[in-house]
Design a protein. Structure first.
Length: 245
């Protein structure tokens, strides 16, 4: 059974075999589920970065503090160009205000854009005019990662080959190269099998593993609801992707 806490623990255990792995979590919804993942990681000796949106469905100061107290790092999951309808100046002010809000809770020196698939705006475009480094952000996950050396694995779309239906959570300039090398995976078990094979090309790359914690939970009604809901979202996202191609 995939996308359960048990399966995530199995993935973490297998990732011990890979010496250069970064764990990232985009906290889009249900921050309590992020706390459960953070507790599992801390128990197993892993440290990750959790990127929080500042909307009510993601933002919970108590949970943010608890996650950081476990030894993890918090980052800002920004979506300012979407919420400000493409207005660059307003979006920059919004970014600064939200960053200050988060920094009153925990230290923040990392950021990563929220995909906002239904929006025509890519919030990373904000940095074509402004500099996040001037704000004390030392790392923007998708901008500052060298993907020529780093394989990006993300569970977007509740699958590990979700780039097919993703609007922005992907690295299109390297995707075909990764596919050609056998670095495309559908399930968590596919990744585990690759990591367990010393000859697999996955070991030639650093890894950036990105998960959305709201997807990972014990099997039950909420697991089924998440699975069905995400499958419906993928249909909409595929339509959006096709319309842009």
């Amino acid at each position: 059974m995939d996308f359960t806490l048990k399966k995530y623990s199995e993935l973490l255990e297998t990732l011990r075999q890979h010496q250069q792995c970064t764990l990232r979590h985009d906290v889009d919804l249900y921050p309590d589920r992020s706390l459960r993942l953070a507790q599992i990681e801390a128990h197993m000796g892993f440290h990750a970065t959790y990127y929080f949106r500042t909307v009510p469905e993601s933002y919970d100061e108590n949970i943010i503090q608890q996650i950081v107290s476990l030894g993890h790092r918090a980052g800002y999951h920004y979506e300012c160009l979407t919420t400000c309808h493409g207005d660059m100046e307003a979006a920059y002010k919004d970014f600064c205000n939200n960053l200050e809000k988060l920094r009153k809770v925990v230290p923040i020196d990392a950021a990563c854009a929220h995909g906002s698939p239904r929006s025509p705006y890519d919030s990373q475009d904000l940095w074509k005019r402004y500099s996040y480094r001037e704000l004390g952000i030392t790392h923007e996950s998708m901008i500052d990662t060298d993907f020529s050396q780093t394989l990006y694995l993300t569970d977007t779309g509740r699958r590990w080959d979700g780039w097919r239906v993703s609007v922005r959570d992907k690295v299109p300039q390297y995707q075909e190269e990764w596919i050609a090398k056998g670095l495309a995976f559908h399930s968590t078990d596919d990744i585990i099998r690759a990591l367990n094979n010393p000859q697999h090309p996955i070991h030639q790359y650093k890894l950036l593993v990105n998960t959305h914690p709201q997807r990972w939970m014990p099997f039950g009604i909420r697991w089924i609801y998440e699975a069905v809901g995400q499958n419906l979202k993928n249909i909409v996202k595929r339509i959006i992707v096709c319309s842009k191609s």
